[in-house]
Design a protein around this ligand. Structure first.
Ligand SMILES: [Zn+2]
Length: 168
């Protein structure tokens, strides 16, 4: 509530930029860890913009994303995931890996999405809203992309191993 009052005050009383006002009023983890905030507005160049502010919560909403399992038939709920951030987590959450605790599906370590913009405070980001289907399912699509790119060398290595096994 306080954040909304501060936001309205800085926009209407002090006539500050609407987006800057939103960012300065809402960069509070107590607020954004519960829900993201979306602002749809017209800027001074007369463009309509729709942006979402998110807070990245490593154990629940990494990069603000609601988690979904890579298996479309899996009944996993948003809380059914084990999430790892790796050793460099303090550097503004550069990587995450998720594992579904219901069916065992696991993503690769994926890099912070390029469409997620950094903000002056760590672990807060913004993105254009709404997200596309691929963006919403970023862990799945990015994992598929990584596995496609690494499939060939892995297969070759696997075959070599089999050959040397056969020689032995
Ligand atoms: Zn699953």
């Amino acid at each position: 509530m306080l954040a909304i009052i501060q936001f309205v005050k800085s926009v209407f009383m002090y006539e500050e930029d609407i987006w800057d006002s939103l960012v300065s009023s809402f960069l509070d983890h107590r607020l954004l860890s519960h829900t993201p905030v979306v602002l749809i507005y017209r800027n001074q160049q007369d463009e309509i913009l729709s942006r979402q502010l998110v807070y990245s919560v490593p154990q629940a909403r990494p990069w603000g994303l609601q988690l979904r399992c890579g298996d479309p038939y899996c009944p996993a709920l948003p809380g059914s995931f084990y999430i790892r951030g790796g050793r460099r987590q303090r550097e503004n959450h550069p990587y995450f890996k998720v594992k579904c605790l219901v069916c065992g599906w696991s993503s690769e370590y994926v890099q912070r999405p390029p469409w997620l913009m950094e903000l002056p405070k760590k672990f807060f980001f913004w993105n254009h809203y709404p997200l596309s289907k691929e963006q919403k399912m970023y862990f799945l699509f990015e994992t598929m992309r990584i596995r496609e790119n690494t499939q060939e060398p892995e297969q070759e290595a696997g075959m070599e191993e089999e050959e040397s096994m056969a020689v032995m």
